[in-house]
Each structure stands twice: as structure tokens, then as C-alpha cells.
Design a protein around this ligand. Structure first.
Ligand SMILES: Nc1ncnc2c1ncn2[C@@H]1O[C@H](COP(=O)(O)OP(=O)(O)OP(=O)(O)O)[C@@H](O)[C@H]1O
Ligand SMILES: [Mg+2]
Length: 227
């Protein structure tokens, strides 16, 4: 099993200074290696909160979160950075690419902080990814010179460059038109099949969700089979 989450709790302080709100309330979740799952749920139900905890961008209040054999609550300093950098890949609604860097430099950015990995091998993988995503002719372009769909594909390549075991996508098609959204969905599934990366996609799109092996819904702080 790649991901094992048990009895996860998370509350957040209200931005207006009111009482804290229980966002995740005893959430259970498992994901097998190389499996795919979609998470639906209304705005504010805690989808991003859950994804950020899985990606170790945020921490839980209590409960078990184990990914690739690692108990995330036990990770500190270097192990934590390595986890964020290498075990998981993240794709957000907004691409968050570095505007001054070329496409290739953006995809290579995660590798700047890794140690003990072969640079030329990483660069070869970056080129292979960009090639398979139809961006081979865009390597020297800056993000501002790309379409929205192309930028998201670069973001996927960046998320995949260090061969993560788990790809977390938070409304990756939310800012795209219908055709580009369909294309990006296809690309995420292609990454899953080709590289055996497990895929967890948060989306408001039933169409995208239906392409995943399982569809779950975040409701009342828990993940349930979507109706
Ligand atoms: N840093 C924060 N501090 C306080 N409250 C927050 C913080 N981040 C999110 N929240 C609140 O926590 C709740 C869950 O937010 P979250 O972003 O996880 O929802 P979501 O399901 O991803 O929603 P959306 O579909 O709009 O992206 C919301 O009520 C939100 O206002
Ligand atoms: Mg969200």
C-alpha cells in the first residue's frame, strides 16, 4: 500500500478570529501503488487541506498519515524536504512556474536541491518528459510565452522529474478551457500508466473524475464513496 491515512483530524483557526473549525474529522483513506483516485467535494470541504497534508505542506492535528512507508508526522528537516521534493509531486490549479526561467529550467528546478542523483540522468528525464508532453519545441520558451494548457503540462513535467511515487493534483484543470482540460486529464493518466505513479486528483469536474479508478467525495470531514 502506498498511502495509508487513518483517523486524520485537522482544524483551522477562523480567519475572522472566531472559534477553530474542524475541517477533517476522522478521515480514512488508502491508495495502492500506481492506482488512481479522484476527490470531489464542495468548496471549503477540505480537499486542499487534505492534499497539503499528504504532500507534507501542512501537518495534521492527529491521526496516521503514512506514505511510501514513511510516517509523515515523524519526518524532520532533511527527510521532510526530501519527501516533498522526491516522493510526491504536486500540480496546482495555477502553474506556479518561475517566470524568468525557461521551460527546461523550470522542469529541472526540483533537482537543484537534490543530492546524490546523477544530473545528466535527471536532465535526460526532463527532456523525455517534455518530449512526451509535446513540448520538445518549447524548451527555451518562458512560461509567459506558453498557452495555459502548455504551462500546466510543464508543471506536470516538473512534478514528475524526480520520479515521485505519488502525484497530487489540486484542481489541475480548473483554469483551463474544455479542450485543454481534457488534454491535461489524458496526460495525467498517461503519467500514471507510463511511470506507474499513483494519482490523486482533486477536481470539480465529474468528467475528469470518472476517468479515475475510484471516485471519492469529501463530506463532513471524511472521504466517502461518491454517489
Ligand atoms: N490557512 C487557513 N486558515 C484558516 N482557514 C483556512 C485556511 N485555509 C483554508 N481554510 C478554511 O478551511 C476550509 C477548507 O479549505 P480547503 O481549501 O481545504 O477547501 P477546498 O475543499 O479545497 O475548497 P475549494 O474547492 O474552494 O478549493 C475552508 O473553510 C477554508 O476557508
Ligand atoms: Mg481547494
Amino acid at each position: 500500500m502506498l498511502v495509508d491515512v487513518q483517523n486524520l483530524h485537522k482544524s483551522l483557526l477562523s480567519p475572522l478570529g472566531g472559534p477553530s473549525v474542524d475541517i477533517l474529522r476522522g478521515l480514512d483513506f488508502t491508495l495502492e501503488e500506481a492506482a488512481t483516485v479522484a476527490v470531489l467535494g464542495p468548496s471549503g470541504s477540505g480537499k486542499s487541506t487534505f492534499l497539503n497534508i499528504l504532500g507534507a505542506l501542512d501537518h495534521s492535528d492527529s491521526g496516521l498519515v503514512r506514505v511510501a512507508g514513511l510516517d509523515l508526522s515523524q519526518l524532520k528537516n532533511r527527510a521532510l524536504s526530501e519527501y516533498r521534493n522526491q516522493t510526491v509531486g504536486f500540480v496546482f490549479q495555477m502553474h506556479h512556474l518561475l517566470p524568468q526561467c525557461s521551460v527546461l529550467e523550470n522542469v529541472l528546478a526540483p533537482s537543484l536541491v537534490t543530492r546524490g542523483r546523477d544530473r545528466s540522468q535527471i536532465e535526460a528525464r526532463a527532456r523525455e518528459l517534455l518530449d512526451s508532453l509535446g513540448l520538445a519545441h518549447r524548451l527555451a520558451h518562458r512560461p509567459g510565452e506558453l498557452s495555459g494548457g502548455e504551462r500546466q503540462r510543464v508543471a506536470v513535467a516538473r512534478a514528475m522529474v524526480l520520479s515521485p511515487k505519488l502525484l497530487l493534483a489540486d484542481e489541475p484543470t480548473g483554469a483551463l478551457d474544455r479542450a485543454a482540460a481534457a488534454n491535461l486529464g489524458e496526460i495525467l493518466l498517461q503519467m500514471n500508466r507510463k511511470y506507474q505513479v499513483a494519482l490523486l486528483v482533486v477536481t470539480h469536474s465529474r468528467e475528469l473524475a470518472s476517468q479515475m479508478q475510484r471516485v471519492l467525495e469529501l463530506k463532513d470531514g471524511k472521504l466517502l464513496q461518491a454517489s
